[in-house]
Design a protein around this ligand. Structure first.
Ligand code: HEC
Ligand code: HEC
Ligand code: HEC
Ligand code: HEC
Length: 136
């Protein structure tokens, strides 16, 4: 069953590639986010189920582009770059957005806060540094 499914997926992918059709690039399913430019002495990787978020959030809730130091809103098919391409120490951005950590904390925590306020049953799950930095 699993094998047949995999073979089908390969076949479709191969046929699309051969026909020059590219499937929409939704990025990785699961991610472990970790700063590379602003490496912390004690790294604190963040768990991020990317695909799951695509089920309830819009690409534009997290992705955008920039021109002349100003944010440019997400448009479909836009080239998506890593946050650290623009958010890193010395980028000249506001303190609250300067590094990957700053930009991510602003983006991720803001929405989790709103979500927890609207759905009290999630308050426990979203407590403290959870669910992004689970204790090992
Ligand atoms: C909603 C998700 C979320 C929550 C909640 C959260 N963080 Fe983060 N944090 C991130 C992401 C995403 C990054 C950027 C990736 C990275 O560097 O780990 C990050 C980065 C960091 C970094 C930089 C680590 C490094 O390796 O560069 C520190 C330190 C940190 N967070 C501390 C905290 C602490 C302490 C709390 C709780 C008080 C917290 N964070 C809560 C998502 C979160
Ligand atoms: C809740 C926030 C969020 C949503 C919603 C979201 N993404 Fe992402 N996406 C991220 C983060 C964070 C990364 C990791 C960026 C990094 O590594 O700096 C990422 C990475 C990616 C990457 C890989 C970029 C690279 O070069 O590593 C692609 C492609 C992508 N997303 C496409 C999409 C598309 C298309 C949608 C909408 C269908 C979407 N994302 C929705 C947060 C989100
Ligand atoms: C091509 C450059 C670029 C990339 C890539 C980028 N940003 Fe930004 N971002 C900007 C600029 C420029 C601003 C506006 C800064 C200002 O107004 O001071 C901004 C603003 C923001 C803001 C504040 C405004 C808002 O929309 O809430 C957040 C939060 C943010 N970025 C998070 C992220 C995250 C998370 C990623 C990766 C998923 C990311 N950014 C990728 C350039 C970029
Ligand atoms: C637009 C809103 C929004 C943004 C932005 C957002 N999240 Fe979430 N996130 C949610 C919601 C809603 C849930 C809860 C889903 C549920 O359990 O019902 C969630 C759940 C999670 C979970 C737990 C998933 C699980 O399966 O239990 C993790 C981990 C997480 N988010 C990490 C992040 C990180 C890291 C970022 C930033 C890169 C981020 N989120 C940005 C809305 C958001």
């Amino acid at each position: 069953m699993m094998r047949t499914m995999l073979i089908c997926i390969f076949a479709v992918t191969f046929l699309c590639a051969a026909a020059g059709i590219s499937l929409a690039d939704n990025g990785p399913t699961e991610m472990t986010l970790q700063a590379e430019k602003d490496k912390a002495k004690t790294p604190k990787p963040a768990v991020f189920p990317h695909q799951k978020h695509q089920g309830f959030a819009k690409c534009a809730d997290c992705h955008h582009d920039a021109k002349d130091g100003k944010q440019v809103a997400y448009t479909e098919g836009m080239k998506i770059q890593k946050c650290e391409t623009c958010h890193f120490s010395g980028s000249g951005m506001d303190k609250k957005l300067e590094t990957f950590k700053d930009a991510a904390h602003t983006n991720c925590k803001e929405c989790h806060k709103t979500t927890a306020a609207a759905k009290p049953e999630l308050a426990e799950k979203f407590k403290g540094c959870m669910p992004c930095h689970p204790k090992k």
